[in-house]
Design a binder for this molecule. Structure first.
Ligand code: FES
Ligand SMILES: [Fe+2]
Length: 345
């Protein structure tokens, strides 16, 4: 990959689906990074991912059936296991010497972490950043999951996700912030694995939503390649965690996957109230990025300014460094230096 390419990074895990979207013995179709995938869960509960194209005549395998062990193509009934190995070709007659062991569908590494399924794109998962694990969370899936899709390349989607200055303009609503509450902020950042972290701090006093939590919450927000933001809010012994992962679906189309986890039981009672707010928040981001495309299609020069756009600058540097390190076969060197960023929002 060339420097500054808007193409998504390879040799990376990307968020695919919330685990509950694929029960045991079921499969789902999803295009990620322009590649058609079959994402399934076998009878033992293990997720797997295959290229969703039958090697015989190209029909999507997800158009067929899955019995928890094998996927059967709907066209001529060829069967494949979860590793993509062909296991049967019904039309073969005894004595016909086709070696089905040589027929394979490409398979992708798939894992489930905190109840979400992630798929690896690349050759070398062993030497690539792992799917982020969040201390304090178990294998249980998110308490709340919401997703939205919009026109954007991965870079604009990520930059929009981390952009601290759009809040008062894009996310105006009575329950979050109002434009009038804009004030100066200073936050300390430091490098963290494959990205950077806004070190633990008390959340902004103008975030009314936090008051619902009670206690004095402390927040830590980290970003890591390729496109993952993790916000941990600790309230006493309890934890509220927002995991936002952007998945490039195909060229110019991105998806925001937003998982919220919490350990305070009472918050679950508020779920019906919470969901519309989360949805509205994501919709605001989606609408602004869709609108941005109206300008971007003219390919204008753009600006990144201090300090409000510093995280965006770091993102581009991190991405270029990762691509370069992989191409050159050397270790990744985090380009982020610890510093305090100041902006008004
Ligand atoms: S196209 Fe799949 S079995 Fe023929
Ligand atoms: Fe936003």
């Amino acid at each position: 990959m060339e420097a500054n390419s808007p193409a998504p990074l390879r040799e990376m895990w990307y968020f695919a689906l919330p685990g509950q979207a694929v029960p045991k013995g079921r499969m789902a179709a999803k295009t990620m990074l322009g590649e058609p995938l079959l994402i399934g869960r076998d009878a033992d509960g293990k997720p797997f991912a295959l290229r969703d194209i039958c090697p015989h005549r190209g029909i999507p395998l997800t158009a067929g059936t899955f019995d928890g062990r094998e996927v059967t193509c709907c066209y001529h009934g060829w069967r494949f296991n979860g590793q993509g190995q062909c296991t049967a070709i019904p039309s073969l007659v005894p004595g016909q010497d086709l070696d089905i062991a040589r027929i394979k569908v490409a398979s992708y590494p798939a894992v489930e972490v905190h109840g979400n399924i992630w798929v690896f794109f690349g050759e070398d998962p062993a030497n690539s950043p792992k799917v982020p694990e969040i201390p304090g969370l178990g294998p249980k899936g998110p308490n709340l999951f919401e997703r939205t899709t919009f026109r954007s390349n991965i870079d604009h989607a990520v930059v929009g996700l981390m952009d601290p200055a759009h809040g008062p303009f894009v996310h105006q609503s009575w329950w979050w912030r109002s434009g009038a509450s804009i004030h100066e902020k200073a936050k300390a950042f430091e490098p963290s694995p494959w990205g950077f972290t806004m070190v633990k701090h008390r959340p902004s006093s103008n975030s009314k939503a936090y008051k619902l939590l009670g206690g004095v919450p402390e927040t830590e927000i980290s970003f890591r390649l390729p496109s993952v933001r993790i916000e941990r809010v600790e309230v006493g012994r309890h934890l509220l965690c927002n995991l936002t992962a952007i998945t490039p679906l195909e060229e110019g189309v991105a998806e925001i996957n937003h998982s919220i986890y919490w350990t305070m039981p009472w918050l679950s009672l508020l779920k019906p109230v919470l969901r519309p707010y989360v949805r509205a928040f994501l919709r605001q981001d989606r609408d602004i990025m869709e609108r941005q495309q109206d300008g971007l299609r003219h390919d204008p020069p753009l600006m990144l300014i201090n300090d409000a756009d510093q995280q965006a600058k770091w993102y581009y540097r991190l991405k270029n460094e990762y691509a370069r390190a992989r191409t050159e076969g050397r270790d990744f060197v985090n380009p982020v230096k610890a510093r305090v960023l100041r902006w008004r929002s």
